[in-house]
Design a protein around this ligand. Structure first.
Ligand code: S3P
Length: 464
């Protein structure tokens, strides 16, 4: 099955209420420097995993700091549909009473994962070795994204699926009745595929092995261990081999979700862009498999200090102090791509304000994210007077230093990171920058505009 995205479906709105069905343009303009503290939401990757593993443990898992964004709420709803008891308490703590490995029940209705590739792919992995059927769908963006990349290994466990051509949602997955363990070498650097295979391996007897030629985010390995599964990691010449012993009894646990380094990148970048800025971003996860953006901006000369480095919730964290800096263009090593895969749009925006070219290669995976991010970023920068060179799996931004014209309107294609990146662009351009739709920001960073405004950013939403 080809693992490609189809780009034919029109962008339609998430939700069905008349208000949420209408795009909400927003405009950012240059103003005074930013100051204060930017408390960003919990990590999206860890939040999905906490809910899914909590649902597979026996007993009560308690989670603090969970991201209350649409993507994660869709995963919470899905876990309820599979039989777990999932509740959010008044103080924001989440409680999950799980059903145990192999205990997922058949959902009565279609599972709608909204905008979330992580949600749908991990949940499909988690159910692929339990003999139940479930039908999955999502919004117009998710229905364009390739699912063949997980269906291929899930079939090796004995799962079956029926759905649209090309492995696109909606599709129905039927879990294996007699699953066999699998050894799978990832054909692309994808933590979602790795995680789907490991989660499927939980309910298969024997040892499931994933070999990843390039290291990707390791939250699944960490959290599986936290729930008591036996997971080992070995560096082999062909890559990292992750071995999971099947049929563990997962013990419930307490999880403190660290703050999301991908979300932190937006206020940090805004402070680098807006003259006179100095902000702090507390308790940001700097897990090495996620920290590539911070390495890259340091090479561009960014004034970012890591204060109070410590460990929280099993992840290395630090408080970031960020000051406005004139950046220089750099060549980003392609082997760093996996550790900053979600940060290329905001890096490209920073690169527009740098002196010289910033070269980003080995980033073909960006074409199958919430949007084709290479194309969306290239179009957005050009619309604002920045020259770019687009390649099949790369992007070169020809930086303009402090003189970025702006004045354009950017198509966000239901992509939260495109929306936030271009609002950050507008905080430093000569003329304001408008995005066609701010609603997708709800998926990962619901308070983004309020938080940025509290730091002093000038962002206005069109009234409904
Ligand atoms: C994620 C993995 C990445 C990333 C996504 C979250 C995860 O996707 O882009 O936002 O939580 O595993 P891929 O694994 O497809 O690269």
């Amino acid at each position: 099955m080809p693992d490609t995205a189809a780009n034919t479906a029109p962008d339609t709105a998430p939700g069905s209420a008349p208000d949420s069905a209408r795009p909400r343009p927003a405009t950012a303009r240059r103003g005074a420097g930013l100051s204060g503290e930017a408390v960003v939401p919990g990590d999206k990757s860890v939040s999905h995993r906490a809910l899914i593993l909590g649902a597979l443990a026996v007993g009560e898992t308690r989670v603090t700091g969970l991201l209350d964004g649409e993507d994660v709420l869709a995963t919470a709803e899905a876990m309820r549909a599979f039989g777990a008891e999932v509740t959010r308490e008044a103080d924001g703590t989440w409680s999950i009473h799980g059903v145990g490995v192999g205990g997922l029940g058949e959902p009565e209705d279609v599972i709608d994962c909204g905008n979330s590739g992580t949600g749908v792919r991990l949940i499909m992995g988690a159910m692929a070795t339990t003999p139940i059927s479930a039908t999955f769908t999502g919004d117009a963006s998710l229905r364009r994204r390739p699912m063949g990349r997980i269906l291929d290994p899930l079939r090796m466990f004995g799962a079956k699926h029926a759905g649209r051509q090309g492995g696109l949602l909606p599709l129905t997955l039927t879990g294996a009745a007699d699953p066999v363990p699998v050894e799978y070498t990832l054909p692309m650097a994808s933590a979602q595929v790795k995680s789907a295979v490991l989660l499927a391996g939980l309910n298969a007897p024997g040892e499931t092995v994933v070999i990843e030629p390039v290291a990707t985010r390791d939250h699944t390995e960490r959290i599986l261990r936290g729930f008591g599964a036996h997971v080992t990691v070995e560096d082999l010449p062909e890559g990292r081999a992750i071995r999971l012993a099947g049929l563990p009894e997962l013990a419930p646990c307490q999880i403190a979700v660290p703050r999301d380094p991908s979300s932190a990148a937006f206020p940090a970048a805004a402070a680098l862009i807006a003259e006179g800025s100095e902000i702090t971003v507390p308790t940001v996860s700097l897990n090495p498999t996620r920290a590539g953006f911070y390495e890259t901006v340091a090479e561009m000369g960014a004034d970012i200090e890591r204060l109070n480095a410590r460990e929280e919730g099993g992840e290395p964290v630090a408080d970031l102090r960020v000051r406005h800096t004139r950046l220089k263009g750099v060549e980003v090593p392609p082997e760093r791509a996996a550790s900053m895969i979600d940060e290329y749009p905001i890096l490209a925006v920073l690169a527009a304000f740098a002196e010289g070219d910033t070269v980003m290669r080995g980033i073909g995976e960006l074409r199958v994210k919430e949007s084709d991010r290479i194309a969306a970023v290239a179009a957005g920068l050009r619309a604002n007077g920045v020259e770019v060179t687009e390649e099949a799996d790369g992007l070169i931004v020809h930086g303009r230093g402090a003189d970025v014209p702006g004045g354009g309107t950017v198509a966000t294609h239901l992509d939260h990171r495109i929306a936030m990146s271009f609002l950050c662009l507008g905080l430093g351009t000569a003329a304001p920058v408008t995005i066609d739709d701010a609603r997708p920001i709800e998926t990962s960073f619901p308070d983004f505009i309020q938080l940025m405004s509290a730091l002093g950013a000038t962002i206005s939403m069109e009234d409904r």
